[in-house]
Design a protein around this ligand. Structure first.
Ligand code: ATP
Length: 304
């Protein structure tokens, strides 16, 4: 559905996207996971035919977005990072006006708008002004708006950034529904839990390059251990305690606020720490996550 080879974007001397390859299949939920500034939005803009590429090849639904922008845009649903809704219009009118931009017939747009309000759980708000909606409602309306043209693929740039946990869960549920209905989802995120919840497959992107690719479970299997022990000794003592823990587990990472011990059995690692006479202030055993994968691959945390 979307295929890139050697895709690159330069802004003057600065390379924002440095020759990346990826292929997104129909019906798949595909993610770009990476920290701020990794080049995710730039990649999305090139797919959405709103930004040109500096080199490489890109095909979206069989078209080159650079030469066939209107054809590409007609078949994509776009959910940009900032909502860009018409704040002064009523909720339902945001959908109708947007549908009319696509040149869709008014009858169709009106019917579709009601369906989409239902889907976005905004029917009760249909005549409310947008500026009175919560952040989560605005996001759901932006998603509904992106669906007005019954797109083959939805591009979602950081769909839940800035939302509270409850609003994020409501949004994930709606996106999951879309995925179940067969819509291809392409999303960027710097939240590992979002990537784990929604993506069938993802690429980990850092400084404009792809550093790993696979399903969340496969990435965790390949780049991390089953469990992680997190211990805190206080910021002044973490590094020293980590040295005293050398040899425990398969790998140790020292972060400013905690030490991570990677092992298939976190409880066993915890016992080993205590056997060395160390007493952490707090300790916790958890399953490995994509955050651990990112740390392993880049030496940095996803959210800094
Ligand atoms: N128009 C532009 N001119 C110059 N540099 C840009 C421009 N747009 C983006 N960049 C730079 O390119 C890099 C990648 O930006 P991009 O927005 O794609 O990152 P991102 O991974 O989406 O992060 P974010 O979550 O912050 O949007 C950043 O260093 C950014 O400052």
């Amino acid at each position: 559905m979307i295929e890139a080879t050697g895709l690159r974007k330069q802004y003057g001397d600065f390379t924002a996207v440095d020759g990346i390859d990826f292929a997104i299949e129909p019906g798949e939920a595909f993610g770009f996971l990476g920290p701020n500034g990794a080049g995710k939005s730039t990649t999305m803009r090139m797919i959405a035919a709103t930004s040109t590429r500096s080199a490489g090849d890109l095909r979206v639904l069989g078209f080159d977005p650079e030469t066939h922008g209107p054809e590409v845009r007609a078949q994509l649903g776009i959910v940009p990072q900032a909502d860009q809704l018409d704040e002064e219009l009523r909720v339902v009118d945001n959908l109708i006006v947007y549908g009319r931009y696509f040149g869709l017939p008014l009858d169709y747009v009106k019917r579709r708008s009601e369906e989409l309000l239902e889907f976005a759980q905004l029917t009760e708000k249909r005549t409310a002004r947008v500026d009175g909606l919560s952040g989560g409602m605005k996001r759901r309306l932006t998603i509904a708006r992106g669906l007005i043209n019954a797109p083959k693929a939805m591009l979602l740039d950081e769909p839940t950034t800035g939302l509270d946990p409850q609003a994020r869960h409501v949004l994930w549920d709606r996106l999951f529904r879309l995925k179940e209905e067969g819509t291809t989802l392409v999303l960027t995120t710097h939240y590992m839990d979002e990537a784990e919840q929604l993506c069938d497959r993802l690429v980990v992107i850092d400084k404009g390059t792809i550093v790993a690719e696979g399903s969340p479970a496969a990435l965790i299997r390949e780049y991390s251990t089953r469990e992680v022990l997190e211990v805190r000794f206080g910021s002044a003592r973490n590094a020293q305690a980590a040295e005293a823990m050398a040899g425990i587990g398969q790998r140790i990472e020292v972060l400013p606020d905690r030490v991570l011990v990677y092992d298939h059995d976190g409880e066993a690692a915890m016992s080993a720490v205590h056997e060395r006479g160390l007493s952490p202030i707090t300790s916790l055993v958890r399953r490995s996550s994509l955050e651990d994968v990112f740390l392993r691959l880049t030496g940095r945390s996803l959210i800094e």
